[in-house]
Design a protein around this ligand. Structure first.
Ligand code: COA
Length: 261
């Protein structure tokens, strides 16, 4: 059963779920409630076998997510802030999400918003989107994985420049440094994202999950460990009915019908 959420919209299109952060009047800034609801909705989708791919986006035509809700920072002590960040976090819920999760970046993608996008598997941007980690302008630093994931994705020099200057870059620049996978016209964003999501959604959910696990090891383990685990995960695919179906369908020259078993 779908719970109701105040700050998030959930739409299902066949095997794809679209999660929309819905605070457009605040440029979809992440307050405590949005983070908690975001994590809860991902827990719900994680357990729902009918959902094979998730798209994350922001409501309205201005923002994906304009960062953490700065208003909540005003009177917060260090101890309180630490508590907030150690609670079940949206970043962690995305990071540990076993199905493909795609950021459909429709506008401002700043601070915690950029960190949300970075935690996703794939980023598709509208040409109207912009990106940045402007925390330094507030006298703070990224705290949702920005210093780590951005650096791994674009390299230390570019991450240093973005985080230390707080510069906002446009979608084409984000594409040029490898921060996003594709940039498309604003009116093509949904179609392009759905195309990629649907391509993933027709694959074996088991293979998708194991592929994600293996790819993530590349930045979290050394090469020998990663290669060793890849062999284990590859072999594990052989325990699935989906592997039998995939091989059989190829030999019979037909499209496979993966059941996730
Ligand atoms: N936290 C809290 N509120 C935010 C917010 C954020 N991160 N980003 C935007 N808002 C709020 C604004 O305060 C404003 O609220 P109000 O109407 O009650 O005054 C509303 O959203 C609209 O913002 P506004 O600045 O008028 O919209 P804009 O389209 O002209 O500019 C931004 C959009 C995103 C460029 C600008 O709002 C901004 O710089 N936001 C902060 C980005 C940031 O530093 N993020 C990192 C946080 S760690």
């Amino acid at each position: 059963m779908t719970q109701s959420y105040e700050t998030i919209l959930l739409e299902r299109r066949d095997r794809v779920a679209i999660v929309t952060i819905n605070r457009p009047e605040k440029r979809n800034a992440l307050n405590i409630q949005t983070r908690a609801e975001g994590a809860a909705i991902l827990d719900e989708l994680r357990a729902d076998d009918s959902v094979r791919v998730v798209i994350l986006t922001g409501a309205g035509d201005k923002a994906f997510i304009a960062g953490a809700d700065i208003a909540e920072f005003a009177d917060r002590s260090a101890i309180d802030q630490r508590e907030v960040m150690l609670e079940r976090s949206l970043f962690n819920a995305i990071d540990t999400f076993p199905k493909p999760i795609i950021a459909m970046v429709n506008g401002y993608c700043l601070g915690g918003g950029c960190e949300v996008a970075l935690a996703c598997d794939v980023r598709i941007a509208s040409e109207k989107a912009s990106f940045g980690q402007p925390e330094i302008n507030l006298g703070i630093i990224p705290g949702g994985g920005g210093t780590q994931r951005l650096t791994r994705l674009v390299g230390e020099g570019k991450a240093m420049e973005l985080i230390l200057t707080g510069a906002i870059i446009d979608a084409q620049t984000a594409f040029a440094i490898g921060l996003v996978n594709h940039v498309v016209a604003a009116d093509q964003l949904e179609a392009k994202t759905m195309e990629i999501a649907n391509r993933m959604a027709e694959k074996s959910p088991i293979a998708l999950r194991l592929a994600k696990e293996a790819i993530r090891l590349a930045s979290r383990s050394n090469l020998d460990e990663g290669l060793r685990r890849e062999v284990d995960l590859f072999a594990l695919c052989f325990s699935s009915e989906d592997k039998d179906e995939g091989v059989k369908a190829f030999l019979e020259k037909r499209k496979p019908d993966f059941k996730g078993k």
